[in-house]
Design a protein around this ligand. Structure first.
Ligand code: ASP
Ligand code: MG
Length: 416
């Protein structure tokens, strides 16, 4: 008998029909003789709606109260699926993250998992029950309710799979798997049968929304293979695992596009030890997720520093940077939210030189002006004007041999 963790994302459980469909899938899995742990997201846009609601009643929202509010979304789905399972003659019980002992640190809205106790899950499974767990949440070492960041139900799923030593962790979503590009932007995108954790990690870091970054990180570090698949078509999806790519696999696995970042530039920064620390320490302290950083070599004793961060953190970053710029004697601070990041990701890059050069050539031929560049061993990312993103992504997808030959045309529900 296998233990299977099944995570259902927001669109998969967006309405009563969808909840019943997911309950059917759980029931089938259970009746095949498996033990099943179900992890759920909030229904559809429930989390966004709760955030909007909070915005309407208060300008200052404490992390603690936001977490009290946001965790209700997942709790609702968990109870509803459990009822639907009972209707199908399947014994099931719902639990909050706190009830199953998902212990986190105290960083509200961005909490990290410290430990998964899971005693009640073990006991319920032993009693033959399906456990339905509200994703995205835990309880802190100070016994406060916490959430672990947008999209973190994936993290709940991989953490439980690891803690319970599950045989499989299935992530049900509204797309049929991981694609070579976002099919809404690159119609020629193809579904990948498998992908290495390292590539998935780079894709998530580069802005792919299929799996939340921290869940991939966790799954990789604990070697929990993830099967990303559709709760709409139920077809086999993409296996994300530690399996090394073979020589026949393409050098580039995907083109990732991201419009969620903004750029801040600090001009005329004195070129001396300590200025970067002075700039980035307060940003780190404010939990701003700085992504790319570019600093020029100075010619006249001053330099410019540019960095990107989530648009959502821009206002906060700017006020911090304005203050520090004054302190360190920089001349000016500018910002630009009209940017996009386009990344090429592929494990084959390690052994294949010239990928970056080819990427820049393709962009040059498209007359796209590159603003920033950053690389890892298996990724090359560029920042470019938002209006050029689609054209750049399509050209790169085609130039690196990823086009499917048939435009992707399956219906694509809107993704959160
Ligand atoms: N409902 C939460 C969110 O929207 C968590 C999740 O769906 O994974 O971010
Ligand atoms: Mg999600």
């Amino acid at each position: 008998m296998a233990l299977i963790v099944q995570k259902y994302g927001g669109t998969s459980v967006a309405d009563p029909d969808r909840i019943r469909a997911c309950a059917d899938n759980v029931a089938i899995t259970k009746r095949r003789g498996n033990d099943v742990i179900v992890v759920v997201s909030a229904m559809g846009k429930a989390t966004d709606n709760l955030i909007a609601l909070a915005d309407q009643v208060a300008t200052n929202q404490s992390g603690r109260e936001m977490d009290m509010l946001l965790t209700t979304g997942e709790r609702q789905t968990a109870a509803l699926i459990t009822m639907a399972l009972a209707d199908r003659g399947i014994e099931a019980i719902s639990y909050t993250g706190s009830q199953v002992g998902i212990i986190t640190d105290t960083a509200h809205r961005k909490a990290k998992i410290l430990e998964v106790k899971g005693d009640r899950v073990r006991a319920s499974l032993a009693a033959g029950k399906v456990c339905v767990i509200a994703g995205f949440q835990g309880t802190s070492t100070e016994r406060e309710i916490t959430t672990m960041g947008r999209g973190a139900s994936d993290l709940t799923a991989s953490a439980l799979a690891q803690a319970m030593d599950a045989d499989a962790c299935e992530i049900y979503t509204d797309v049929t798997g991981v694609f070579t590009a976002d099919p809404r932007i690159v119609p020629q995108a193809r579904k990948l049968e498998k992908i290495h954790f390292d590539e998935m990690l780079e894709m998530a870091g580069a802005g792919s929304k299929v799996l939340a970054l921290r869940s991939v990180e966790f799954a990789r570090n604990h070697d929990v293979p993830l099967h990303v698949r559709s709760a709409f078509t139920w077809e086999p999806g993409t296996l994300v695992s530690n399996e090394e790519p073979s020589v026949e696999d393409p050098i580039i696995s995907g083109v990732v596009t991201d419009m969620t970042e903004a750029k801040v530039t600090v001009l005329g920064v004195p070129d001396k030890p300590g200025v970067s620390a002075a700039l980035f320490e307060p940003l780190a302290a404010a939990n701003v997720n700085v992504d790319m950083i570019v600093q020029n070599t100075s010619t006249d004793g001053t330099t410019d520093i540019s960095f990107t961060m989530p648009v959502a953190d821009m206002a906060q970053s700017e006020s911090i940077v304005q203050r520090v710029a004054g302190e360190i004697g920089a001349t000016d601070v500018t910002h630009d939210a009209d940017i996009a990041k386009v990344s090429l990701v592929g494990a084959g890059m390690k052994s294949s030189p010239g990928i970056a050069a080819k990427m820049f050539r393709v962009l040059a031929d498209e007359d796209v002006n590159i603003q920033m560049i950053s690389t890892s061993t298996i990724r090359v990312s560029v920042i470019l004007p938002a209006s050029d993103m689609e054209r750049a992504a399509r050209a790169l997808h085609s130039a690196f041999g990823l086009d499917s030959g048939a435009a992707y045309s399956a219906p694509l529900p809107e993704r959160r």
